[in-house]
Design a protein around this ligand. Structure first.
Ligand SMILES: Nc1ncnc2c1ncn2[C@@H]1O[C@H](COP(=O)(O)OP(=O)(O)OP(=O)(O)O)[C@@H](O)[C@H]1O
Length: 353
């Protein structure tokens, strides 16, 4: 069901067509405008300033982290700060070493090459990249079989910016060739509020502080989701009200789109609901849980669970999935007396009160 793009949830972190169309207008253009990620920003700023002083191209940069946190944006900022052009491609688009050779050989001096999903490149392309990164050289193989010859080709110095959601999947020889690795973290709600205020200004949306906070709390720590929710809330405010976004209007709009106060969507809530109401909070096997919500096991495991686990609402144990005290609390339910979390919920509630 969730494979159908028309049924994509509003809180999916990967970009959809509308995101791509509007994101260009919302991207920060320099490091000062880039919100949050203080450590990566400071480290990167040093790398870039040092390169400028030496009048050299900056070292290759690896950016790792989940989708929608600003890796593409940062790569564009690197190019802009260096006054260099940028070429954008992705691992899956480079299936043959020849594809990569064609790109590398057309780079100009100082150019930034952004390679998204670098962990999904083919093996031969990856090996060609090692030499290109280290020696600014590639061997282009001409011909086949015993008569094949390798023609060395010098490349101008360039900066590779690789992006990956899974730094652990990169082979060590590739990882080692990056001079700097930035680990992108999920954004704090206060940072997302700043992202939302900035985007609202650019989109000419009137929003107050409480309205921005309401959207930020539902955005799963991800600027792309925050921007998408802002656009849907804007629609609602314009159609049903006078266009101004307040806390109540943001909450009502996102309730229509089934994104709850903590950023859970319909599937997340269905999984939690089944776990609590049908299985007493677990433990229950993944496939049983999936049947209970009418989804494939993979969908539950890959689409719903990562966020539920990250939020501390669900835990994976060797005996199956279990709900935490926070899950009962979130759905406003009381765990049965025999549940291991019985009583904890009251403590949790008391602590919150
Ligand atoms: N630090 C930030 N400050 C303001 N806006 C941001 C920030 N980071 C990301 N954004 C916004 O979020 C959107 C998504 O960012 P971006 O495309 O750079 O993410 P990404 O990590 O490259 O995602 P993917 O891996 O899916 O390509 C952009 O439109 C940008 O406007």
């Amino acid at each position: 069901m969730y494979d159908d793009p028309s049924d994509r949830s509003l809180v999916t972190a990967a970009a959809d067509g509308e995101d791509r169309a509007v994101e260009a207008a919302l991207r920060p253009r320099d490091l000062d405008e880039f919100i949050g990620q203080e450590r990566v920003r400071e480290q990167l700023s040093l790398v870039l300033q040092a390169a400028k002083r030496r009048a050299a191209t900056p070292d290759h940069v690896l950016l790792s982290g989940p989708p929608g946190l600003g890796k593409t944006t940062l790569s564009m900022i690197i190019a802009a700060e260096m006054g260099a052009p940028i070429r954008i491609t992705s691992g899956p688009a480079i299936q043959h070493a020849g594809d990569l050779a064609a790109i590398l050989s057309s780079l100009t001096e100082g150019e930034v090459l952004f390679l998204d999903e670098i962990h999904r490149m083919s093996r031969p392309a990856e090996e060609m990249l090692y030499m290109a990164m280290e020696d600014f050289r590639v061997d282009v193989v001409v011909g086949k079989g015993p008569g094949a010859t390798a023609i060395p080709l010098e490349l101008p110095p360039f900066t590779l910016v690789g992006a990956t959601t899974r730094a652990g999947l990169l082979p060590p020889p590739l990882r080692d060739r990056f001079g700097f690795t930035g680990h992108m973290e999920f954004y704090a709600p206060s940072e997302l509020e700043r992202v939302i205020h900035r985007s609202a200004r650019l989109l000419d949306v009137d929003i107050d502080a409480a309205g921005a906070a309401e959207i930020a709390g539902r955005s799963r720590g991800t600027p792309r989701i925050a921007n998408r929710l802002l656009r849907r809330v804007r629609d609602y405010a314009q159609v049903r009200h006078d266009g101004e976004v307040t806390r109540d209007i943001a909450a009502a709009a996102l309730d229509v789109y089934e994104v709850d106060a903590r950023g859970l969507d319909r599937l997340d809530r269905a999984v939690l609901h089944a776990l609590l109401k049908l299985f007493g909070g677990g433990p229950v096997g993944l496939s049983t849980l999936a049947v209970a919500v009418g989804e494939e096991s993979e969908t539950v495991e890959e689409v719903a669970e990562p966020f539920l686990v990250r939020e501390g609402l669900l835990a994976r144990t060797p005996r199956g999935r279990i709900a935490t005290a926070a899950a009962w609390q979130h759905l406003g339910l009381t765990p049965p007396p025999q549940s291991p979390v019985a009583g904890q919920q009251d403590l949790f509630g008391a602590a919150e009160a």
